[in-house]
Design a protein around this ligand. Structure first.
Ligand SMILES: C[S@@+](CC[C@H](N)C(=O)[O-])C[C@H]1O[C@@H](n2cnc3c(N)ncnc32)[C@H](O)[C@@H]1O
Length: 365
């Protein structure tokens, strides 16, 4: 496969020949097969059993011919296992893709499914410069569903990040735009001295409360309903964690939020941003960060993905000092080289994870 956004090294093989172009365009085939499996809720139907095509076709009320070809391709991709003429779930199919399993990630799968039809409308947004559904208000129901999707998205990543971003010196952390609070909970679980606050919209905070109620550390979590793109942030925190929000807003709105965040930090407090940063001179790579900007075109009024260098400049302009890129282990990160830290002027902060470069990385020119 030619055009793969390899999250391991951020490199994408460039398309130079017609055959490579054709192969890149034809890459929609496997995603379409995988989504057909999800849309049929096939992995839930297969469950723990082994099925012949005839049995499963009856169960799913589809044709045997159609299902045989679909299942063969799902097995080719590895999400089903084939033995002779029978099929069963792979480990992934039986767990995260199976609605009857406790580790089912249904909300996030729902979001992924809806993206197929959304991306089909890309040209509308390219023509207008506006999100595809720009007149549809953000309903509490939609926000709730999206917040669960965010929880299912970062279930594994958040504890891995919290294990590497050192907040041992901090007593208070604000998870700004924290949604389900999955990151806040992960920091709380790792740091018994810490108290955290999730700041978000009411409907998102309702989900965060439900999730926190199932964790012991949830007792150290509090909630701040606020529109931080418009209002100042009350309080004085040692750390503000701003994860996956930067890309939603224009540079101007982000810079205003940076100033509000600075005002809500104690002297020496740390503002830590996690996002899909671009790291090369032309702002093309990692591929995943460029592709994510397309989602922002489809879904937001002014969002985009930004280079680490320009974001560092905005942070310094807002008054932050000691701005740097933090390194976490490859494949245990939300985005490749996706964490920046900036410090509020004042006393020296505690140590964080290993510093990469203090004046912006050479990959972040
Ligand atoms: C993409 S989600 C990220 C959730 C979480 N921080 C993470 O990294 O998984 C963005 C969150 O920011 C919240 N958000 C965005 N703009 C906001 C604003 N102006 N005021 C309050 N919350 C906001 C959204 O409601 C949503 O929960």
């Amino acid at each position: 496969m030619v055009l793969s956004a390899d999250r391991g090294n951020g490199m994408t093989r460039r398309i130079t020949t017609f055959d490579e172009f054709r192969d890149a365009v034809s890459a929609y085939r496997l995603p379409r097969v995988l989504l057909a499996g999800l849309e049929l809720d096939l992995f839930t139907a297969v469950g723990e059993r082994t099925w012949t095509i005839a049995e499963l076709a009856k169960e799913l009320k589809v044709s045997e011919r159609g299902l045989a070809i679909l299942c063969r391709n799902l097995a080719m991709a590895g999400v089903l296992l084939k033995k002779g003429t029978s099929y069963k779930n792979s480990r992934l199919g039986a767990t995260a893709l199976n609605a009857n399993h406790p580790t089912y990630r249904g909300s996030y799968l729902g979001l992924i499914k809806s993206h197929w039809t959304d991306w089909f409308r890309l040209l509308e947004s390219v023509r207008s410069g506006l999100p595809i559904d720009h007149d549809v208000p953000d309903s509490p129901d939609w926000r709730r569903q999206f917040t669960w999707a965010m929880h299912h998205r970062t279930l594994e990543t958040a504890p891995a990040i919290a294990a590497q971003v050192n907040v041992r010196q901090a007593k208070t952390l604000l998870d700004l735009g924290g949604g389900p609070g999955t990151y806040a909970m992960a920091f709380l679980a790792k740091n018994p001295q810490l108290r955290a606050t999730v700041c978000d919209r009411e409907a998102a905070l309702d989900v965060a409360k439900e999730i926190a109620a199932t964790h012991r550390a949830g007792r150290r979590l509090s909630y701040l309903p606020l529109d931080f793109a418009k209002e100042s942030i009350p309080g004085a925190y040692n750390v503000i964690w701003y994860s996956n929000v930067l890309h939603i807003y224009s540079p101007e709105v982000n810079q205003a939020i940076f100033r509000r965040a600075l005002a809500a930090l104690t002297p020496g407090g740390r503002f830590i941003i996690q996002d899909a940063f671009l790291h090369d001179r032309e702002g093309l790579y990692p591929a995943e960060a460029s592709l994510f900007a397309v989602s922002m075109l489809l879904f937001t009024e002014g969002g985009n993905t930004y280079s680490a260098t320009e974001t560092m400049r905005w942070l310094k302009d807002a008054g932050f000092v000691r701005v740097k890129l933090l390194r976490v282990k490859k494949r245990m990160e939300d985005w490749e080289d996706g964490i920046l830290e900036a410090v509020a002027p004042g006393s020296r902060p505690g140590r964080t994870v290993r510093r990469v470069r203090s004046k912006g990385s050479s990959r972040a020119r």
